[in-house]
Design a protein around this ligand. Sequence first.
Ligand code: ZN
Length: 89
Amino acid sequence: MTKPKNSLVGGELRAPHPANLGRHAAECKICAHPQREEVERDFINWRSPAAITKQYALGNRASVYRHAHALELFSKRQRKYQGRSGKDH
Ligand SMILES: [Zn+2]
């Protein structure tokens, strides 16, 4: 048994819809960005998209939103928020 245990690459951030994702990635600045994980972490931590755009030189805030939609970062972010505040209604 000499199986390498290195098959887990990428960690937690997995693609929900690989098919759509390929098309998205082709024209997404963030997907190709060297600091992509930091961009995503900032977004999930409720950092302002304008600030993220500026810091990582993404050009346009819309790219942040597009990337967030493609990777379902909104629901991730929402989950985090709901964890902090108890209840809404
Ligand atoms: Zn992207």
